[in-house]
Structure formats: C-alpha cells, structure tokens
Design a protein around this ligand. Sequence first.
Ligand code: SF4
Length: 500
Amino acid sequence: MAGVERILPVPVPDPPSSAEDARVMDVAPERLDDHPHEECGVVGVSGLDNAAELTYLALYALQHRGQEAAGIVAVGQDGVARVHKGVGLVSDVFDATRLSRLTGSTAVGHVRYSTAGGSNTENVQPITARYSRGDMALAHNGNLTNQLDLRSKLVDEGAIFRTTSDSEILVHLIAKSRHETVQAQVDDALTHLEGAYSIVLSVGDTIYAVRDPRGFRPLVLGRKGDGHVVTSETCALDIIGAEYVRDVDPGEVLELRNGKVRRLRSLPPAGEPAPCIFELVYFARPDSHIFGQSVDRARRAFGRRLAREHPVDADAVIAVPDSANSAALGFAEESQTPFELGLLRNHYVGRTFIQPEQKDRDFGARMKYNPVREVLAGKRVVVVDDSLVRGTTSRSLVRMLRQAGAREVHFRIASPPVRFPCFYGIDMPTKGELMGSRLPVPEIAKKLEVDSLGYLSLEGMVDAVAEGQPYCTACFSGDYPAPLVDVERGLGSAEGPPGC
Ligand code: SF4
C-alpha cells in the first residue's frame, strides 16, 4: 500500500476587489429582489433582567424589516447607557460576549435598512446622546416628511448633526427643549414632527413609546413576567414568550418604567388614522398581528378577492415564495384550484459576485428562485405575487416557468399597480422606475410575456381588510394622508424622500 501522501495547502492569491476588476460585479441580496424595503424595526424592553438578550431575540424576529444594520442600547440601575451596534445582520453584529456586556433591565433595539443615508456606522440606530437629563437612545421606524425643513432650522440655530438620518432631529429637539421634565420635553419635541414615526426612546431607564397620530407604522405592546415590551410586530413578542397586550394606538405616548406601563397622553389627531396597507400586503411577517389583525388572514382575503375579480381556468395556483404564499392560498381556496409548490426560494442568498457570463437578464431571479418541473410541465398555471414594483424579477420568473414546461402562465397580483413613491418610511423606487406608473396594464402584460395579467383593485384591497378602518394607500392611489412638507416647500423631490 502506498504511503499517505501529504497534501500541503497551496496559498491562493487574494482576488482583485470588484473596484479593481471591472469584470466582477458585486451584488447585494436585495438587488436580486424586486420588492420595496421596509426601513426599520424597533424594540423596547422594560423591567426584565436580561433586557439586552430579549431585545436581541426580538430583533432576530424583526430581521425582515432591516438587514443592513442592528443595534442595542441597555441601561442599568445607574442610568448609564451601554451600546453596541454595527453594520450587518443581527447574528453578525452580536455575539455572546458583546451581549453579556449590555447589562441592565431596560433596553432599546433597532434593525435598519438604509437608503440615501447610506449604511455607514454613524447612521446605525439606536442613536445615542448624553444631555442634561441623562443618556438618551432613540430607535425610529418611519420617515419624517418635514425632515429637511426641521434640519435646516436646527442647523441655523447651531445644531451639529452626527448622522444624515432624520431620526437624529428628534434627539436635537428634545435636548434643546426648555421644558422642566423629560416627559414635557418629549411632548414638546413631538409637536414639531410631521409624517410617519413609531418611536422607542429611552432617557435614563425610562422608555417612551410613541406612534404618530396617523399610525403609519405598526407598534405593539406585550407583557412578560414583571416587565413589558414594545415592538414593531407580534412575531417579536412570540420569540421571547411575551404575551400580546394590544397595539399602541395612533398618536399614543406610553411610558415604560421598571416594567410598568403608563399611558401619558394622546397627540392631537391629524385627520383619520392611516396605517400602511403595504405592511399587510408585503412587509410584515404573516405570523404577526398588526393593526389589530392577522397578517396571514389579510393576505388570504386579498387572494380570495383577487380570484373573484380576475378568475381564470387553470390547473394549478402557485405563489412567488414566500411573501405571496398566503395570498396564493386565498386565491386557490376561492377558485377551487389546487395550490402547488411550483417555485422554490433559496433562503440563503447573501452577497454575491457575478462574472460577466452570468450577467444574463434572468440571472438575478435564478439566484433566488427555482421552478419545480414535475409540478409545472404541461400545466396552465396561475402565479400569484403580492405586488409588482419594477417588474424585472417577474419577467424572469415567467420565463423560468415556461422553460420548466408550463403551458400557460397567468399572473395575478394581490395589490393594485404601485404608481407613486412612499414618503412614510418605505424605500420605494422613484416614480419613473415604477412599472405601474410608466405603463398601462395591457402593456405590462406584454412586457412580462404572460398569457393574462390581473391586479387586485384598490377598492377590492381596502374592502378585503378594512372593516371600517381607513388605511394609507398612497403608493397605489397618490392620495397622501400626511402633508409632504419638504416637497411643498421645494426642499425635497416629488420623486421620493431622502431616506433615513
Ligand atoms: S405610501 Fe404605500 S408603502 Fe407608504 S405608507 Fe402609504 S401604503 Fe404604505
């Protein structure tokens, strides 16, 4: 028997960076997707010994609301805030050692998806500051529609901003308020804000949880043992074994201190509430309850209504996974057509490097989805997606389904055409990039190369979930419920906001 050959590792030279070698293209995972992005998820924990660990787990459950950065601030009995934050997924930013240093029974956490502000560390939240009343930490989900106006006024008064985030404006407004108590300072600062904000703010070991008067973004209250938790969605309560108590009402200001909750006040109403209907269409997790209802049930209702509005003879209903699963199930139930798993999604797509020969037009979709030939061959297929934004991924998916043997492909969208940008905390492409804004539906059907195309109507979407409750539908209807102050004053672009 020949002796065992020892194989020495051969050093591989460092590859050229993408900047040095134009033949390699660096593509972030979100570029392989055609959905708009939620800009943030927030958490606040009060009165629980392991507050930072619970916040970590809650952020883990909220990872879908922001994948670019994460942070936690914990406050001990000494009132001192200890912070760790960084760029990356929650599991990348934190480890056991870092978490163990975040001691205290109060914590505030944040996950973030950045837009124009960029993913530099200065913009990572919670934003922290030390001022006359103690250490402050701020986590914000939403977008202020008067941020440019407020920022320029504050700068004129001498404020020095450390970030390009609109959230820092609130920190300055609180710090400069002349009121006596922190509570009055927070109230005073809130009167200046316009737009969308679900906020978790700590000053010392007291947390203030605030939802703007129209309630654009979700915020829920939960209870665990002797403590309380506020967070964006109930899936973050489930993961830490907290019990859902109720939604924070639009315009409500809560105080959480030593685990006890006190309702401080309601902000003056600003017209009807306008929770974001796109949270129900796509952003929130289907296992969450937000705006007082189950996200899964809302999506099934969209799918059922879509089946009534745009019926089609077909052999199978398939979903663009995972966000359209519930709507496709609703469509299948209503149309009495079998639901099949015809498309699979790779859940482990990270940053990728694409060589020129891989840069064909459908490569991005193939990185993320793969058809199941046995399900599709020879079939007339209804494909249900939750929304259509630029439309680029959808066209690639249709081609993939046909290559896998689908005889007919009928596309059904469980929301109306997206035609307008969002100014309330969702990173939407500019108006000119939105397929629904550029083209009428028959032209979109041609571009997608489908046998038929049907969108859920605006009326149908609202009827399916409203039960008398109004919603923001501005990206579908152009009917903006909160004034676009910066746009009206010529400071911002009507194509879209500057981002958080
Ligand atoms: S414009 Fe669209 S995405 Fe933005 S808050 Fe309104 S419904 Fe939601």
